[in-house]
Design a protein around this ligand. Sequence first.
Ligand code: SF4
Length: 389
Amino acid sequence: MTAAPPTGAPAAVALPTPAEAKENLRRILARGSVNLGAASGVERLLLMVTRSCQLRCGYCFVDKSESGPSMPLPIARRAVDLLMGSERPSLEIQLFGGEPTSRWDVVTGVMDYASGHPARAGRALHFVLTTNGVALDAERVAWLADRPVTVLFSLDGDQPAHRRYRPVHRGPDTAWGEDDDATWVRIDRTVDLLNAHPVRWFANVVLPPAAADEVEARYAWARARGVPALQLNYAVGMLWDAATTRTFLTGLAAVLLHDHRHPGGPRLFNWASDCEPVMLSDDLIVDVDGTVLHDAAVFLERRFPALRAAYRRGHLDSLEAFDPLRWSLATIFERMVLSAPKGSLERRIILHNAWLGASVDLLIQRLARALGRPLSRGADAGGRELERP
Ligand code: SF4
């Protein structure tokens, strides 16, 4: 029988203070990325397959367009060529958007091309498909089940949560003809489809400040719904004040404690905590036109438009080597901060989101220590533990 999660703060650990969060951020920046790059042996590249999407999630800062260009397959192949030039022993490609399954030809074309790439030279190769689940049918899920792919299912919980935070796109340019309820039926059905196939998948839940008190409810839903693995995220690019920060951290601690005491629920990727602060991702992304950037320039582009210039690394036409492209977390943080004018709302959000990430990391470390759990740092490709929203 499924145990119901408790409510309220666990007494196991104290929540990090702002001063402790800042000190932990300093430690993270000095340490650098633990889940990618030379230390882990993994190299990874995101592909912005399309900017089209059936949904318009309230916390999504990707500049979506129903009429703009998607990534042509020849550009996607050149992106794969660039990654294959890496000397790392393990490679990963994440298909991102927009909703990448709306360009299924590119999704399948990239996986087939990369799998048989001559420069792969027998190295481990894994794919991550980011999706809202709307257009995944039985045929597509069966195709994925035969590939080394993890489905990152952006899924916030029950129907009311989706109606509130993940509504369908209703603009005059949309070709999507179904309303929120009909679309939810598709999304919910995708949970069953994925569970019915041998596909590795997890639910990637995002909570904006307005839903800071819903962490436990989202976890309870995932647990009751048979979700195999779960990542609970705070929304980045939004301002979290002291009250919403405390509420989110308290809820996350309660969920982690419940998970520890009542095994049998979804595998909680939060325990790894190796991508915090999420907004300081050191991943690289190839945009639809072949421009290569650090990926926050895309997933936060409507919130921080100046990041596009600050994070641009070149174009597929001129870049020759992949490995030297990755910046340190300290450089990424410095460039992000400097891209926002002093005293601006953008600068405040950047600093607060970075501190929130450092708080989450510290809280998880404390809980793990108090409970005698090892932290599964540095998960490898094919088992990569954390993905951003
Ligand atoms: S978060 Fe994903 S599903 Fe939601 S609007 Fe953005 S691209 Fe679409």
